[in-house]
Design a protein around this ligand. Structure first.
Ligand code: GCO
Length: 448
């Protein structure tokens, strides 16, 4: 049989994690409190009252974790830096021990032949900035984020070239203030919530400028879980509806970041009142990026409709296949998302910076984890990526979420996303069948 689904020779294969989800060591070596430390302590906010206090204890186990990465053939690894480790007060005095940890981790990775992609902010804001300034409700946090980016990039920039400023703005702004579901929590009106999104975009732009200034050959982007409506059927009518939906529903973050403009009609239709902003803000926000990072898990299809917008969401039936997060498994959506990216922003390289699934993993008596549902998820999504590349999409790489099981935010440890299993009692790591599968994918540069 013919070997097919071969990726371009320079395609980047990697895997991803985030600081609060894996590090633990929450009070060690001068680390300050983060908004997630605080949020987890609010009763009922995480499943089982779980916290990231220990998580995967990666802070202590990073050397063996990197050795395991090497063993499975990983060549690219996306990690994030905990701001409260670097600046326990959020601003001002730098905690050298925090920098030391990341310097050692980077050296360990490079020594193992693994190229890091460093995310500066993956939601663990120093709590003190929340208390002092209201966190992202204030522009001050955007400015301080640039200062923090300056400290980190001066320290790691001689070895780290690939940077992501911020991960998934929606999740620490809208999910926090509209739903009280993520840190920092605290319900706010729509205008205030939209202001936090705007301020985070501003932080992104300011940090992108700092990185370009400090790091020779810096490769800088924003990572977002952009909205990716796709046509329920590939007919001209539904296709046009989905394209319009894609454009309008990305009016809050992606389009302003790429174009420097808010589309007021689309914004108001989907997000409510526009935030306050200046022309200068929009210039900063649209500082050119080298790539766009897409975190993709699931998305609802849309269909053409006889309403003002011209489209409506086509909810999938209750029994539609879903992951343990209850997210419908919709691989075609990744294809359409990449095609719309190419359509609107043909020049911008795209990386899938996260993709994967929570599965109901069981450890068998023989010590294997036969997560063939995750294997199938990966296979179908990778095929969709391959199809998009064949049709001209600018997709340059793929980072699987996640390297190992970890603290899944409001779900605590009740959801497992890893290709490596973590036994939280013993901290033992076990490569799952999906890990073995992905290891072959990376080695052979094709879907198997
Ligand atoms: C995300 C995240 C991860 C999540 C993953 C699964 O950005 O949402 O970056 O932290 O764990 O998406 O929900």
């Amino acid at each position: 049989m013919k070997q097919n689904y071969i990726f371009p020779p320079d395609f980047i294969w990697g895997s991803a994690t985030a600081s609060y989800q894996i590090e633990g060591a929450w009070q060690e070596d001068g680390r300050g409190e983060s908004t997630w430390d605080r949020f987890c302590r609010r009763p009922g906010k995480t499943v089982g009252g779980d916290t990231g206090n220990v998580a995967c204890d990666h802070y202590h186990l990073y050397k063996s974790d990197v050795a395991l990465m090497k063993e499975i053939g990983l060549k690219n690894y996306r990690l994030s830096i905990a701001w409260p480790r670097i600046l326990p007060e959020g601003e001002g005095k730098v905690n050298q021990k925090g920098l030391d940890f990341y310097n050692s981790l980077i050296d360990e990775l490079l020594g193992a032949g693994i190229e890091p992609l460093v995310t500066l902010f993956h939601w663990d804001l120093p709590q003190v900035l929340q208390d002092r300034y209201g966190g992202w409700k204030s522009r001050k946090t955007a400015e301080l984020f640039a200062d923090y980016s300056d400290v980190v990039s001066r320290s790691l920039g001689d070895r780290v070239k690939k940077w992501a400023t911020i991960n998934e703005i929606m999740c620490f702004t809208t999910l926090a203030h509209k739903n009280d579901y993520h840190a920092p929590g605290g319900l706010e009106d729509a205008k205030t919530t939209n202001q936090t999104v705007h301020n985070a975009l501003l932080g992104h732009g300011l940090a992108a400028r700092v990185l370009k200034e400090n790091v020779k050959d810096a490769y800088v982007g924003l990572v977002d879980n952009n909205e990716c409506p796709w046509p329920v059927m590939d007919t001209e009518e539904h296709r046009a509806a989905a394209r319009k939906a894609w454009q309008e529903r990305n009016s809050q973050r992606l389009f302003p970041m790429m174009t420097g403009e808010y589309d007021q009609t689309a914004y108001e239709r989907h997000y409510g009142p526009l935030p306050d902003f200046t022309d200068e803000d929009m210039k900063i926000i649209s500082t050119p990026v080298d790539y766009f990072g897409v975190n993709y898990y699931s998305c609802a299809p849309v269909r053409a409709a006889d309403n003002e917008a011209g489209y409506e969401v086509a909810e999938v039936p209750a029994k539609y296949p879903r992951t343990e997060m209850d997210w419908p498994i919709t691989p075609d959506s990744i294809y359409w998302n990449l095609m719309y990216m190419k359509d609107f922003f043909p020049e911008t390289p795209v990386y899938i910076t996260e993709n994967g699934m929570a599965a109901d993993d069981k450890m068998e008596e023989d010590g294997t984890v036969r997560d063939y549902d995750r294997v199938e998820y990966l296979r179908t999504h990778l095929r969709a990526c391959h199809r998009a590349i064949e049709e001209g999409a600018n997709l340059k790489g793929y980072y699987l979420w996640s390297l190992m099981d970890n603290f899944e935010w409001a779900f605590g440890y009740s959801r497992r996303f890893g290709m490596i299993r973590v036994d939280y009692d013993t901290q033992k790591r076990t490569v799952k069948e999906s890990g073995k599968y992905y290891s072959l994918v990376m080695k052979e540069n094709r879907v198997l």
